[in-house]
Design a protein around this ligand. Sequence first.
Ligand SMILES: Nc1nc2c(ncn2[C@@H]2O[C@H](COP(=O)(O)OP(=O)(O)O)[C@@H](O)[C@H]2O)c(=O)[nH]1
Ligand SMILES: [Mg+2]
Length: 248
Amino acid sequence: MCETCGCGLTNPNVLLHEHEIETKRVDLEEKVLRHNDRLAERNRGIFEATQILVVNLVSSPGAGKTTLLENTIRALKGEMAIGVIEGDQQTDRDAKRIEATGVDVLQINTIDACHLDAHMIRHALDHFSLLELDLLFIENVGNLICPGAFDLGEDFRVVVLSIPEGEDKPLKYPGVFIGSHLVLVSKVDLLRVLELEVNQFFTNVKKVHPHVPCLSLSAKTGEGMEGWYSWLRDKVKAKKKNLNQPPK
Ligand SMILES: Nc1nc2c(ncn2[C@@H]2O[C@H](COP(=O)(O)OP(=O)(O)O)[C@@H](O)[C@H]2O)c(=O)[nH]1
Ligand SMILES: [Mg+2]
């Protein structure tokens, strides 16, 4: 349960009427989010000054974020300097997987929180030689709800939606898709086994966020990965020239 974003708030006072509880919850959420937004702006300033492209990967647990990162790093590390911030409730398992690719990585364990926030990212930055980085990935905690509410100061929020999750997830959890700049439909190697069509996923993404670009790929077979690499190359280049559009 998360106490910082309010999603895990239990009844704070049994004597309060329901509408009073709701008011307190909204006040706390607004205060936390306003504070986070200020810190996110500071992070954005750091990323502007250092010209690092920052990509925040968001998905349900198990959608394939770490596998995607492992393959992406192996493909691109010869042409750009990459760093990774890993977010998980517990363990450094993902950090160890990324470390094996040879790039700099820092694991954040959120313990009680179901998302990363801008304050955590600011502290994590102290671990990296920022002037040497071109691209910083943030793998957010696996969760399709709370990470969508927290700006980290990133350039782009990329949602990874995997085929086994089913094509209805954008309709059920629209917030995170509405706030995204790219949607990757992952594990397309499983389409045939599950008797699904990738267009069903695209259609539902477009219903909640009509203009967001979508790519489909499989980190396992390599299908579609070139499109993702090209997207990253273009954005890293644009960041160096200050050409990326402001994200929000
Ligand atoms: N079939 C298939 N499995 C994948 C693919 N990418 C990841 N997986 C598997 O999905 C599981 C979760 O992957 P992981 O990268 O840890 O997901 P994360 O929790 O989002 O970081 C692992 O068993 C991976 O081997 C893919 O493209 N195709
Ligand atoms: Mg992971």
